[in-house]
Write a protein that binds this ligand. Structure first.
Ligand SMILES: [Zn+2]
Length: 152
């Protein structure tokens, strides 16, 4: 059964790796091959062999590895649900801000460590990534050269 794809809501980048969703969705958003039906015991899932007309169709949003993504997959009981789950974002806790080189240097000074600016930038990015803090994609290096700029 071919479904025409209605107008889609805007798709956010991957919630795990931030990889942008490609324009051509054929490898990204598609039915996962599962179906479901409500029964007296709740929602029951099964494969295509057991499916019949009127069953719900499961869909998946995929961060496709061959297109540079991380391979993450989010399933929904409909295309709309898969998209809604994909697009759901937790808000960062209040007061959470990207790290600055200055702050990292302070911490490293506590540990009596000294690193080059390149090492500092790499470490800053790794720490931000590990904590889910978004890093500016291209100008990440600028924080090394923006000494003297007051970020408040
Ligand atoms: Zn991803």
């Amino acid at each position: 059964m071919t479904q025409s794809i209605p107008q889609l809501p805007e798709l956010q980048p991957c919630p795990f790796c931030n990889h942008p969703v490609p324009k051509d969705l054929s490898d990204t958003l598609y039915p996962s091959g599962g179906y479901w039906r409500e029964s007296e015991f709740g929602r029951h899932y099964f494969g295509i062999k057991e499916s019949r007309e009127g069953d719900g169709e499961c869909w998946g949003m995929n961060c496709t590895q061959c297109m540079g993504g991380c391979g993450a997959r989010i399933n929904g009981d409909s295309m709309e649900e898969a998209i809604a789950k994909w697009n759901t974002r937790a808000s960062p806790p209040r007061g959470m801000t990207p790290l600055t080189v200055t702050r990292i240097k302070e911490v490293l000074a506590d540990w009596e460590m000294e690193l080059t600016d390149t090492e500092l930038t790499l470490i800053t990015r790794d720490i931000e990534r590990a904590h889910g803090i978004p890093t500016p994609p291209e100008n990440g290096d600028s924080r090394v050269s923006d000494k003297g700029v007051d970020h408040g």
